[in-house]
Structure formats: C-alpha cells, structure tokens
Design a protein around this ligand. Structure first.
Ligand code: NAP
Length: 517
C-alpha cells in the first residue's frame, strides 16, 4: 500500500518507490510513503486561494464549528485509529490515547474557544493608549489573519496530536493548513485526514496533506506563509538555514528536542506523598510511549540525602515493567517506532555510559532481530555538576538518569545545564523552593509543573501538553511557542498597532473579538 497525498483538492501519489513504514514488533512493512514529483507550488496556490478565502469569510465561531466537526469524525473512527497506532507506532492503548485523544481534545478545546470569540473575524487587545496631548489620538493593537498557508512539519511520535494541534490553531486563526507527518508513522495521519476529507466537513482548500519526504517545501513558501516545525534539533537547523537565505522569509517556529528535568524538593522525603508522586511520574517517563515524548523527563534531580531511597523505590518499579507486544493488555512498554530509532537510542545510551551507571533495567522480550524494543533503563550520574552528556544528550527512548543534588542552588544550576527545555516539574510544598525554581529556571523552560500536597494526584502529568498552556521552550528546545489558549493564534495573525481617533477605533473594535493578551 502506498500512502497518497491530498494536494490541490485531490489525492495524488508520488512517482518514486518511497520509504517503508513498518510494524516495530515484527519489522514487517505495512505501507510506503513517497512525495517525489508532486506539485507543491500548485498545492500552495490552491490552499491560499480556496482555503484562505473560505476561512477568511468565516467568523471565529464558524471556524470553531469546523474544528468540532473534525473532532466528531475522528471520534467516530477512534477504534480503527487505535489499531493503526498499535501496528505502526507500537503504541499500547494508553500510548495511543495520549496521541489520538490528545489530538481530539485539542480540536475540541479550540472549537470551544472559537465559540467564545463569536461572530468576529479578528482580535483586539484589551486597553488603548493616548498618544496626543488632547484625547483625539489613540493606539490599540489588532490581530488580523495572514493570507498565507500554514505548512506544518511534524515528528514521528505524535502522528495525531502533532497534526491536529497545529491544524486547530491555524484554522481558528483563519489560515489553511498543509500538514506533513513524519514518514515513519504517517499511516495514522493519512487515515485521519482521509476520513475528515471524505466526511466533507471542511471547506475546499482548508486542508492539505503531504505524505513522504518534505524536500522542496521551503522553496514554495511565500512571505505570508509560515512553517511550524516539530522534530529534532538537527533538522530544525537545516530549516533555519534554508529560511535565512530567503529574501522575504516566511514565519518559522521550531519545537525541537530537550533534556527535560524533574526535581524532588528537599522537603519531599521518603514516606511523603510528594516522594511517591515523583516516583510515579518517573515510572511514566520510563514506560509511556516507550519514552518517545519530547517533553519526557530525562533527568531526575533528587536530594543526595534521599537518593538511595528514591533509587530503590524507582528501580523496583522499573524492573517490574512488562515490555512486549502492545496488543497485549499486560504490556506496559511497547517498542520504539523502528530499528533506526532503536539504534539511535542505544547509541545515545552509550554516549551517557561514561558519566552514568545503570541502576535498573526491565527485561526485554525476545521477538527476534527485527523487533525495535529498548529496555527501560534507569541510570545514575554521581557527579552531575561535572557531567556534560547527561544534560545534553536526548535518549529518545524509555531511559532516564537520577542526578543527586546538594542544595536548591545546585538543583537550579543542574536544571539550567539542559540549555533550555520544554517542561520542568517540581515536587515540593516549600514556597521558597518554588520561588527559586521559577526565578532560576523559568527563563529556561516553556512550562513548569509544580506539584504540592494541594495538587496531589490531580496534576495532568509532566509530559502531557495542555492546550491552555504554552508548548515550546527556549534554547535547544527550539525557541518556539504553540498553544497557550488564544495566544496560539498569534503565529498565524499579524499584530498591528492602529493609531486613530477614538471614534474610528470604536468602529473597528465593534467588529473584533476582545482578547486579553
Ligand atoms: P526529525 O527527523 O527531525 O523529523 C521531523 C520532521 O522533519 C519529519 O516530518 C521529517 O520528515 C521532516 N524532515 C526531515 N528532513 C526534512 C527536509 N529536508 N525537508 C522537509 N522535511 C524534513 O525528527 P523525528 O525523528 O521525526 O522526531 C523526533 C524528535 O522530535 C525528537 O528529538 C523529539 O524530541 C522531537 N520532538 C519535539 C517535539 C516538540 O514539540 N518540541 C514534539 C515531538 C518530537 P521524514 O519523516 O519524511 O523524514
């Protein structure tokens, strides 16, 4: 089976043999994807003209209704998607839910947001500033839709959530999307898009899909188009270079990799609820989606005084993890997505080995040489202050390292050594520790999860991205920003200061939805 692409309003196939998508448990080929020879320039023109015009004429509420309709189509086919996620991504039921329901949930969230913004087609910021001595001349900031296409290049680990979270924001802003899933897991994105197109719930040109390599995408971007990239730091670099050589560069946002940390506070000793919650969160990092989450905990910072207790508690749970076929209910950890990813994870583990020692490993099933399993591996680094690799090498698999620390100042310093991350979590009831984390590590993170006894088990998880909250991070995390409620529309809209009389502003404001930004 060869995956087609949906471009210029029709399903088309690339001319080449393409690359294989495999079942990571058996290595068996399940599909191929290829985009060679496809007319990307024509596809972009079609999306700008047809999709752009259709969405621009709709209110936020009407765009929200489209997102709700897409979510309903996906819900109707959910069981088939779970099956695909198992076969192509090696997902357990829990893993598949994070990707599939995460996508549906984000669509529904932006659908509700659209409903709340009502009949308007643009946004206005709260408050205006007087610019002249007499009250005749003021300024106010408006957001208007950019007349381009949102090109979205996604990573292999979220073929559903990655695609729909980007489509949701672009659609609500009034911009058509051209989604390019990562080839290795493109089957789920392809199937979902096919169902949505067949259901006829989107205006012509609003959605395009490119299955196969994305070479040449940058060349067809116009100055009002944008590129939202999610993937590795290395690919991000090549996109940045390609964009920098453009005379009129399109907008670019990057969500790249990071070596995220969690911190167990000095007040959260053995026997406390926070200690147990931190152990549980670390177990998830070593099991859920076989560790293939960009926000996953890679470094576990624990006070030296309770490092032995923490290691023992976590090691017992890691050794008990059942690794195996994601089709079985008893399986907690499935394979990584293919042999190439397995090799990369093992090579990166090797890079950490000079600075770490293995504390615990789960047992690996014997599925033969074509199976892409990586054993959940817990390591410890005894000298994190002098280490380099543990802070900078992302092992994209079920692996994490315990870093014993001595005092909150050192914990903050170790957190910074990740050079900018998507998410940090802190398990502490101490306001002074929370303050130190925010002031010291806020600038280095896009999201900080602070779990205390009041939050307890009610938190949504270190790795889980909520559409209400900013997703993205500084430095090596790419410097991008997505989601975060209505602010997620900002990337697709132009923020303009309008300087005018109070009467003129009043007339303009009457047609806009007020947004506090
Ligand atoms: P990747 O190898 O960088 O690929 C990402 C995407 O870029 C894929 O769709 C890939 O297409 C495409 N691509 C690669 N070279 C291209 C080119 N020259 N032109 C156009 N497209 C090109 O990353 P990955 O292996 O899929 O994903 C794993 C990484 O993503 C991890 O490091 C993880 O931390 C990161 N990630 C970050 C986030 C976040 O939100 N920050 C989320 C998820 C994952 P092909 O697949 O067709 O090659």
């Amino acid at each position: 089976m060869k995956l087609s692409s949906y471009l210029s309003g029709e399903w088309v196939e690339g001319r080449g043999a393409g690359r294989a998508l495999v079942n990571p448990v058996t290595g068996e080929e399940i599909a191929r994807a290829d985009a060679s020879g496809l007319d990307l320039s024509r596809a972009m023109h079609h999306a700008r003209k047809q999709g752009g015009a259709a969405l621009a004429g709709l209110s936020f509420a009407a765009r929200g209704a489209i997102l709700k309709a897409i979510a309903d189509v996906l819900i109707a086919h959910r069981a088939e998607y779970e099956e695909i996620a198992r076969h192509n991504s090696g997902n357990t039921a829990v893993d598949a839910a994070i990707d599939i329901d995460g996508g549906i949930g984000t669509l529904k969230y932006y659908a509700r947001l659209g409903q709340g913004l009502g009949d308007a087609t643009r946004l206005v910021e709260a408050g205006q500033d007087q610019l002249a001595r007499d009250p005749v001349f003021f300024a106010r900031h408006f957001w208007t839709t950019r007349p381009g296409v949102a090109v979205q290049v996604n990573a292999f680990n979220f073929p559903s959530w990655g695609m729909w979270e980007k489509v949701a924001q672009a659609t609500l802003a009034g911009v058509p999307s051209l989604a390019k899933p990562a080839t290795a897991t493109a089957l789920l994105s392809w199937r979902m898009m096919r169902d949505v197109i067949e259901a006829g719930v989107t205006p012509p040109g609003m959605l395009s899909l490119l299955c196969g390599g994305g070479e040449g995408l940058v060349d067809v971007l116009g100055p009002m188009d944008s590129l939202a990239f999610t993937g590795s730091a290395a690919t991000a670099r090549s996109f940045r270079q390609a964009m920098a050589s453009r005379e009129l560069p399109p907008r670019l946002t990057v969500e790249a990799d990071s070596v995220n940390a969690t911190i167990l506070g000095p007040d959260a000793g053995p026997g406390s609820a926070l200690f147990d919650l931190a152990v549980w969160e670390a177990v998830k990092a070593l099991s859920v989606k076989a560790g293939q989450l960009c926000t996953n905990i890679r470094r576990i910072l624990v006070p030296k005084a309770f490092e032995a207790d923490f290691s023992a508690a976590l090691a017992a749970k890691v050794e008990a993890l059942v690794v195996g076929d994601p089709a079985l209910e008893s399986t907690r950890v499935g394979p990584v997505i293919n042999l190439a990813q397995k090799d990369e994870a093992l090579a990166n583990l090797e890079r950490l080995s000079a600075e770490t020692q293995i504390v615990a490993e789960a047992k690996l099933p014997d599925f033969g040489p074509n199976a892409a399993f990586v054993a959940p591996t817990l390591m410890r680094c005894d000298d994190p202050a002098s280490a380099h690799a543990v802070h900078t090498v992302e092992v994209f698999g079920p692996c994490a390292t315990i870093l014993p620390y001595d005092g909150v100042a050192q914990a903050v310093g170790l957190g910074k050594a990740g050079e900018g991350s998507l998410a940090l979590s802190l398990f502490s009831n101490d306001p002074a520790v929370q303050q130190a984390a925010l002031s010291g590590l806020g600038p280095w993170h896009g999201r900080l999860l602070m779990v205390d006894d009041v939050v307890g088990k009610a938190h949504t998880g270190h790795a889980i991205v909520m559409p209400q909250c900013v997703h993205g991070g500084p430095g090596r995390a790419g410097g991008g920003e997505e989601l975060g409620g209505v602010r997620g529309l900002r990337f697709h809209m132009q923020r303009s200061a309008v300087q005018a009389s109070p009467n003129a502003l009043e007339g303009l404001v009457a047609q806009a939805a007020e947004a506090v930004v």
